[in-house]
Design a protein around this ligand. Sequence first.
Ligand code: FAD
Length: 472
Amino acid sequence: MRLVWFRNDLRCHGHTPLTQALAGGEPVLAVHVLCPDQWDAHDVAPLRRWYVLESLIELGEALAAKGVDLHVLDGGDFDGAVDALADFVAEHGVTGIFCNREYPLNELNRDRALARRLEGRGVRLHGFDDGVLVPPRALSTGKDTPYTVFTAYKKRWDAWMDEVDPGAVPAPAWPGGEGRFHGRDRVEALRDGLGLDAALTRPWRPGESAAYKQLYDFVEHHLGDYKAYRDFPSEPATSTLSTALSAGTLAPLDAYLAARRAMGDAAAREGAATWIGELAWRDFYRQIMHRFPSLAKGKPFRPETRLLAWNDNDEHFQAWCEGRTGYPLVDAAMRQLVTTGWMHNRLRMLTAMFLTKHLFIDWRKGERFFMRHLIDGDFASNNGGWQWSASTGTDAAPYFRVFSPLRQSHRFDPHGRFIARYVPELAELDDKTIHEPGKQPLLCPDYPAPIVAHQGVKQRVEQAFRQARDAW
Ligand code: FAD
């Protein structure tokens, strides 16, 4: 008996473990282990849990329709998952487990514990790397060290992709007949227990079918304009596929191949190349997380930044969380996060820089707040993005680079359309005043004055980083 263990890869397309397991002529079962306590420990947002559980229901139905049984087990946490799987394997006479590798530290430790538990029982673990385009240990510098600068990594990444020239994963040889979905009731109970407001879940379409449809729609209608418009949050210019990619309802390889095909059309070439670059950023942060495991323990990548004396101002932190900083674009972004579970990339950079530079609050507090709200919350990309913004990470924004919230606002939301959507008390202001309502307080009495001045921030941050470096 072969077992396909579905984890962060809730799909049938582009799934090498499924295809390989079904290629052997042996009977195949599928399993997923629920670990709600691990979700608590990892600060997984309720909306993301909902997305995963809904996607799991779609997967269970799709597998059953093709003749494969899916068993949903209760693990509780990762230790419990190992116990549950070891029992399942013994009970069903499993000889091989097929799964995609996961690279965060706790996930690796879980898999090592399972491998130890199964040692000597004749059960082989078969790992695959469908969660990334280039496996995290595949590329090293000439000195055999990991790449820590994106531009150099990207050059090698491009060469690797050209050399390997991957094709789509072959479709599985389905057994046919009708399979069973064991434990669906547990998935539904967990989902219903989240008690989420329909207004929060309504805009999202979980599951593989929706993810692939979204990919093809994006490639057809928006990819060509991606480079020109991707920084403007009021435009529907980016794919919003981060949720599907991070829960694995979409295979990164299928996303890459769709963009590569679009490059055949001259009008889409630049946009597609830029978008593929973003998929490379995703791989970059995964290899960083894998090769620097201390990042998973809350450590900054740049050791000297451990000495930074962050401000512990709870009032400022709350104002940031609630979108009441008095900087309209920052506030609109934070309200977008809390009310929709998602935030545009430019605004993730802006709000993260604002928290860590203007308010000089520890990036770990912001990282956790993001995880607790993002539907696409993903440790590697979130940690990478936060450390980049806070100038504590690999390839980080130099510490002397501080985004001006006002300039970003004029540049990337010139007509204030995005601000008006999320900060309705400013919606009636003209194109100019909407960026700086503090200049006309009588027009918007409900909106706060800036909680901190932009002037002087750069100097304070420079001084703090210099002190940390000198003391190290
Ligand atoms: P598109 O522009 O359509 O890009 C396509 C895909 O490329 C994305 O879906 C994503 O998988 C990947 N990608 C794009 N930009 C980045 C990037 N900078 N780093 C890594 N991968 C990228 N992304 C997450 O998936 N989960 C997170 O928890 C997360 N947290 C972030 C926190 C901060 C502070 C910052 C600055 C960035 C974070 N990002 C995170 C990266 C990025 O903001 C999102 O991936 C992107 O906004 C998702 O929108 P999209 O799907 O429309 O992206």
